[in-house]
Design a binder for this molecule. Structure first.
Ligand code: G3I
Length: 347
């Protein structure tokens, strides 16, 4: 019977591989361990990394970026300061470079980000706008950028970091000038420009159930009730060992799922006070494992992205002096215990 023969052939191959006797493509495939992306794919998830344009000249780096991950986020290249440096003058150089590289590596792109209070060009922040002027500026920016990447990106972080820690709206140029309706407008314009892109709201410190994630929960309910095109909530997950693990992350992901929304862990890193010790790295590994398992446990958690994969290019040391070692690969591009923990979670 064919099945028996198949089993026999399989058993024979296993014996040959174990004995180190097998050669040929099948044996080689056995020798290469699956990547994080391949492991995640078995669960119907992706495993992604952020990257940034200056890093792309580092070939040891791009080799890992191009092989371990199947989703890429441009860390800066699609932000407003980069894409519309002068009013009405658009520059796609950085974003296009990352999209091209991702396509060459058969990776998808989580595009980031359209509406944020940070990294805005001077022409936008250095003058006063009336509501109707600013609304026109925002609409044009969103329509133009989303149209440019239409069909080339999987999703957009449409609005980034809209709430304060206590769940009130963050006082930004957008909120101040346009009121809270800017969020629904932004989502509608993005949808108009690319009806197939998955549209997200994205923020940090919303991993656990709490005032800030409650604000997103209520806003998501409202937006859905109004028929606004919102597809997902991105939990950035910039964590720090000294503040403790967000114990309710799975519960939190699950409640957004029940609203009919996708969720994703979009910017994961786990920083620590330096120096990194064996003990801290082991603790960090547990956090990476637990975060990944939480996502796998919730049906509509679509994937995990680390905010770059190596400590060599992490944003942490520049912003939190004395802290770092936040990513699964060290500064020499060697995998850390966190990498093994990710593999374990995905197996
Ligand atoms: O472009 C200038 C360059 O001309 C100059 O020579 C250089 C000197 O410092 O600075 C460059 O700008 C830097 C920019 O990254 C591009 O490299 C800024 O100083 C630096 O502050 C900026 O940091 C970025 C940060 O967002 C800004 O808030 C990080 O790379 C980026 O990883 C980070 O990403 C954010 C997400 O978008 C949203 N969530 C939080 C996350 C971490 O802050």
């Amino acid at each position: 019977m064919p099945m028996t023969r198949l089993r026999l052939a399989g058993a024979l191959a296993a014996v040959l591989v174990a004995a180190g006797l097998a050669t040929g493509p099948a044996a080689q495939a056995h020798e290469r361990q699956p990547t994080l992306a391949e492991l995640a794919h078995r669960h119907g998830r992706y495993f992604g990394s952020a990257t940034d344009n200056p890093e792309l000249t580092d070939s040891a780096y791009t080799k890992i970026l191009g092989s371990e991950f199947d989703m890429i986020t441009p860390g800066n290249g699609m932000k407003w300061y980069a894409t519309e440096p002068r009013q009405g003058v658009f520059d796609w150089t950085d974003g296009d470079q990352i999209v091209r590289l991702s396509r060459a590596n058969h990776q998808r792109v989580r595009a980031h980000t359209l509406v944020w209070h940070s990294q805005l060009p001077d022409w936008l922040t250095s003058r006063q706008w009336t509501a109707s002027e600013l609304r026109a500026v925002l609409k044009k920016h969103i329509l133009t950028e989303v149209r440019h990447y239409r069909g080339k990106v999987y999703s957009w972080d449409v609005v980034n970091e809209a709430f304060n820690e206590d769940g009130t709206y963050r006082d930004t140029i957008w909120y101040r000038t346009l009121g809270p309706g800017y969020i629904a407008d932004a989502l509608r314009w993005a949808h108009q420009a690319d009806p197939h892109a998955r549209l997200y709201l994205n923020d940090y410190n919303i991993e656990a159930v709490g005032p800030k994630s409650d604000a997103y929960y209520r806003l998501a309910q409202d937006l859905r009730a109004q028929g606004v095109p919102l597809n997902g909530i991105g939990l950035q997950a910039h964590l720090a060992l000294q503040y403790g693990y967000p114990a309710t992350v799975q519960e939190n992901l699950a409640r957004f799922s029940r609203l009919g929304l996708d969720t994703a862990l979009t910017e994961v890193d786990v920083r620590m006070q330096l120096p990194a010790t064996g003990e801290k790295l082991a603790e960090q590994a547990t956090w990476y494992r637990d975060l990944t398992e939480a996502c796998l446990a919730v049906r509509r958690c679509v994937g995990v992205t680390v905010w770059d994969f190596t400590d060599k290019y992490s944003w942490i040391p520049a912003v939190f002096p004395g802290e770092g070692a936040a990513l699964p690969w060290d500064e020499q591009l060697n995998p850390k215990p966190a990498y093994a923990a990710l593999r374990e979670a995905l197996r």
